[in-house]
Structures are given as C-alpha cells and as structure tokens.
Design a protein around this ligand. Structure first.
Ligand code: B12
Ligand code: SF4
Length: 503
C-alpha cells in the first residue's frame, strides 16, 4: 500500500516581551554551556529541527520493512517564512493525495486543530481516501475525534503493529474487529477495540531519516541541500516508571529499550549524514537501571567521541559522584530533571515521588563532576496557592543564582487528555476554562482555575516566575547586550514563537 504520513504543525504562539526575554536567556545559556562546541553554521540550521518527527519516522521504517511504501510530509519553517506552515502543507497534500491509498496524521494536543483542518481539506477533494490519526492526543480522545472530525480511524498509543494490521485489513477487505489498539466508525457506530500490549521495541529499525526531504522542495532548503539535525533527539529508552498526575506520556508505566546496536548505528548515521553535533537522550528516566544507563553512555561515547550529549532523568539518590564521572568520560554535558515545585506537600499530592533535598543534592553532585543541570518547574498545579508558587519561584531563582541549576524551564500545568488529572479533575477541585481540548492551541495561558487561584492569579504567578528567572540570569550572566556580545552570531536564527512550537 502507498501511505502518506503527515506531521501536523504546532502553531506558533504569540509571545509577550517577558516571554521573549525568557526564551532569549534560556537559549543563550544553552549556547554558552552545553552547545559551546557548536559553530555559527550549526545554529543557522536549528530551524530544520522542526521537521524531525521521531514517531512518524519510526513508523515509516517499520511499515517499509513490512513491504509498504511511505511518504513523509512535515512542516518546515525557514527563517522569515514561519507563518504559512499549515496552508503550505495543505497545498502540498492536495497536490499529491491522489498517489496514496491511505493518509495518516500525527498530532499532539496543540497541533490537533491543524490536523483536523488538514484532514477536512483532503476529505473534501478526495472523499474516498481513508484518513487515520495517531499520536499523543488521538489515543486519549478517540471517540471525540471520530464523532467530530473527518478521521475514519484512530490508532491508539504505540502505532507500529496496529497500523500494519489496519493496512493489511484494508488491503484485503477484512474485518477490523481483531485489530487491537484501533478505534473506528462502522455503520454509524464508534467501535473501540481493546488496547494492544506493548511490542518489543528492541526489534525495530531506527527512524527512517532518509524520508525527511520526501516532500520538501529543494529551493525551500537553499542554500542547504538537506535537513540537518545539529541537536538530535534520540530515545535509547522510552517511557517512565512513575505516574505523575499531570503526565501525558502514554508509554508509562514501563520502560522500553531500543537495541543498543541500533542506537549506536543511529548515532553514527546522524553524525555522518545529518551533521549532528549534540545528542539529547529523550529518556524520561535515564537512571531507571543505572547499569543500563552506563551502557547507553558507553555506546554513545564510542559512537560519537567528538560530540557531547545530555539526558533526561528522574531524580535518583542512588546516583553517586563516581557514576557522574563515568558519564563525563563519555561526553555527557548535562542532565535534565523535573523538580516541578519547591513545596513537598504539593509534590506528594501530584505523585512526583521525589524530595526537594534529593533533587538539590543530585544537582550538586552533577555540577561538582562538571555536568550542567537543567531543571523544570511548574506553576499552577491544582493545589497550588500563592505561597507555594512564590516558594517555587524563590527556590528556582536561588538555584539559578547559585548555579545549582545551570538553566531552567517554567511551564503552566495543562492537564492534557489522557492524564490522571484530566480524568479525575473533580478530585483536584479545578474548573476548566474550556474543557474542549480540540480548541487548545498550545499557548502558555491557564486552561483551568483552581480552588485557590483564579485564571488571573495563575497568569500573574507565571509571569512573575518568568520575570524572576530573567532577573536571576541577568545577575549571573549579564544583560542581553553583554550576552549578545559573548554569543556573536552563535544563536539560532529563528523566532522564539516558533522555537516554542518546536521544543
Ligand atoms: C522527543 C519528544 C519531543 C521532541 C521531538 C518531538 C517529535 N515531534 O518527534 C521535541 C523536543 C521537538 C518535542 C517538542 C514538543 N513536545 Co514533546 N515529546 C517528546 C517525547 C519525550 C518523545 C516522543 C517520541 O519520540 N516518542 C517515541 C515515538 C516512537 O513515539 P510517538 O511519537 O508517540 O509515536 C508513536 C505513537 O504515538 C504512534 N503514532 C504517532 N503518530 C502517529 C500517526 C499515525 C497515522 C499512526 C498510525 C500512529 C502514530 O506511533 C508511533 C510509533 O509507536 C514525548 C513523550 C513520549 N515519551 O512519547 C513528548 C511529548 C510528545 N511532547 C509533548 C509536548 C507538549 C511537546 C511540546 C509542545 C513542548 C512544549 N513546547 O511545550 C513540543 C511540540 C513539538 C512538536 N512540534 O510536536 C507532550 C505531548 C502531550 C500532548 N498531549 O500534547 C509529550 C507526550 C510529553 C508530555 N508532556 O507528556 N518533544
Ligand atoms: S517523572 Fe516525568 S515522565 Fe515520569 S510520570 Fe512524571 S512527568 Fe511523566
């Protein structure tokens, strides 16, 4: 079968001055620390990162290994041309749709509205082309999607085997009843087949990066000839063993491992063919098995001795200075850790399962061994009060000021469909501003009010957090002008509003 796979674009978000300052400091600190070995040329290609959709490239690799032909459609935003991503893609899809037997879209919550509009445009011109959607939003909203959009099928959660069986059933005109993980419409009814159990991801090929340029005209990439991935996301493990109430990651509660040899080959490919100079291991729980984490580190160190890497992990008090030393020897530059709140009661209520003392300790051990720390903080959890939010802001500021945290990110709690929080929202005493997430476009504005905080309170606290963040980094690293002098031209050449959509 010939299958088109489409990555729906996340809309660029309108940003206030303070948000622009926040992004400036966030990226500038990254450039001055973890990216300090990257050259001007590397930063000129950062805009290309938007086009890399790991889930779809992984799916393509699998479907092609099973005999199907795939074509990858993805947003691309060269600097100065960010606005027309969705319209441009619709045009390309309409021009090419007649070549395919099936069209599949991938969306997160923020890009779902775009995916639905694109599917609608295709349906109007090609009423008989089957339309399928998958990804982190669709699995949680399958009924709503089938009721209110043009999609015929929803592939829930892990997509490889479900998509393959769906394609096989469509090709052979067979019943869909036995396709686990699939939701679909039949005779006006919505059918949600049982969930599918996890596959062994160790048997998968690495993502089909060779499809990146399938539908990007050469002139769009000029003066470059291909998509570069200066900072590559790789996922030697997927999933997390914890279950925070707000987490929208459906790979929980297990950890799936990529085959280490495939991981090695992927890293080598990315360096040789895609100019990768830095790797971000999107492993939420890197230290889940410390021995295995060290094997991953050795593998990347062997494959890429001249580049550096960082990993996302949970706070883990078993991690010693000796372990950090070993990571440094393999090129590790930074650890990313979700701290979320400086209020222990709130962390416990959210099921985070860490203590603030352990988090601080782990950051200090890392820094002593020469590993930078990147911490994440949330404003506006359901039991947040003004006092807890201020405590979080003060702690984040103190950690930034003292260098305990090299860099931080601040987010508003969203409560995505598929999370415990979304399902049991009454238990958390919140009031949705608009419970219909098909309208959500990814802006950093509160999506609910809590028992203790109004929408305006949350907005105020979020902006205060951004403000104090910038103040801390200005005191530590200098004002924008001073930093710009240090950076020269070593800064990504694209708008932070798109940057937010990409990262
Ligand atoms: C790596 C990653 C990124 C990377 C790369 C993203 C990418 N597009 O590849 C970067 C840094 C760019 C990124 C950015 C963002 N991310 Co992110 N990201 C992840 C992460 C950690 C891993 C994604 C991944 O590669 N998984 C492995 C692949 C194999 O899985 P997959 O993509 O889900 O695809 C599988 C299935 O979903 C399914 N599938 C997917 N699409 C389709 C389509 C069809 C037709 C079919 C049949 C099947 C199918 O099959 C695939 C193979 O099994 C996930 C969490 C997670 N563990 O999944 C968050 C996650 C996807 N990100 C999230 C968010 C919110 C964002 C940002 C908006 C961040 C921000 N600014 O606030 C941006 C948006 C970027 C964008 N344009 O999509 C959320 C989405 C939640 C939601 N419901 O919306 C997640 C779930 C994390 C979370 N908070 O819980 N992200
Ligand atoms: S620790 Fe991170 S990945 Fe794990 S459940 Fe919590 S938010 Fe999700």
């Amino acid at each position: 079968m010939k299958i088109a796979l489409v990555a729906a674009p996340v809309p660029a978000a309108p940003l206030s001055f303070i948000q622009r300052d926040y992004y400036f400091y966030l990226f500038a600190i990254r450039v001055l620390t973890v990216f300090n070995h990257l050259a001007e040329e590397d930063f000129k290609r950062f805009w290309m990162l938007e086009s890399v959709h790991l889930g779809l490239l992984q799916l393509i690799a699998f479907l092609e290994r099973n005999g199907h032909t795939c074509s990858f459609f993805t947003p691309v935003s060269p600097p100065g041309n960010e606005e027309r991503r969705e319209q441009g893609m619709i045009r390309v899809l309409l021009d090419n749709a007649s070549c395919f037997d099936l069209m599949g879209f991938s969306a997160i919550t923020a890009s779902y509205p775009a995916a639905a509009r694109m599917a609608h445009a295709v349906r109007r011109k090609y009423p008989h082309l089957p339309l399928v959607i998958g990804g982190p939003h669709a699995w949680a909203c399958d009924r709503d999607i089938l009721e209110h959009s043009d999609f015929d099928f929803v592939v829930r959660q892990e997509g490889e085997l479900t998509a393959l069986e769906l394609v096989h059933a469509l090709e052979n005109n067979q019943s869909l009843k036995t396709v686990s993980g699939l939701s679909y419409k039949e005779n006006g009814h919505i059918i949600c087949n049982p969930d599918r159990s996890r596959m062994n991801r160790g048997s998968l090929p690495f993502p089909a990066y060779n499809h990146l340029e399938d539908n990007i005209p050469a002139k769009v990439l000029m003066p470059f000839h291909k998509i570069s991935i200066p900072v590559a996301r790789v996922t030697p493990t997927t999933g997390c063993t914890n279950s925070c109430v707000w987490c929208a990651d459906f790979w929980k509660p297990g950890i799936q491992k990529q085959n280490l040899e495939t991981f090695y080959n992927e890293v080598v490919y990315l360096m040789q063919e895609r100019d990768s100079r830095y790797f971000y291991l999107g492993t939420h729980n890197f230290f889940y098995e410390i021995d295995y984490a060290l094997r991953i580190a050795e593998t990347i160190g062997k494959a890429a001795p001249s580049v550096h890497w960082e990993a996302q992990t949970r706070v883990n008090k078993e991690v010693t200075a000796g372990i950090m030393k070993k990571l440094v020897q393999t090129g590790c530059r930074c650890l990313h850790m979700g701290i979320e709140s400086a209020d222990q009661t709130l962390l416990d209520a959210m099921g985070k399962n860490i203590t603030i003392a352990d988090a601080r300790n782990m950051c200090e051990i890392a820094l002593n061994e020469g590993i930078y720390t990147h911490t994440y903080w949330i404003i506006g959890s359901p039991f947040e009060t003004r006092e807890t939010a201020i405590r979080t802001i003060k702690t984040m500021k103190e950690w930034l000021g003292k260098g305990i945290s090299t860099c931080s990110e601040i987010n508003l709690l969203v409560g995505y469909p598929g999370t415990r929080f979304y399902r049991d929202y009454k238990q958390y005493g919140i009031t949705w501003q608009d419970p219909d997430f098909s309208h959500y476009d990814g802006r950093s504005t509160p999506v609910f009010e809590t028992r203790y905080l109004t929408k305006r309170d949350i907005e105020y606290l979020y902006h205060r957090a951004l403000d104090e963040y910038c103040e801390a980094l200005m005191e530590r690293n200098g004002d924008r002008k001073t930093i710009m002098q240090k950076l020269g031209n070593r800064m990504p050449a694209f708008d932070p509003a798109v940057m937010e959509a990409v990262f």
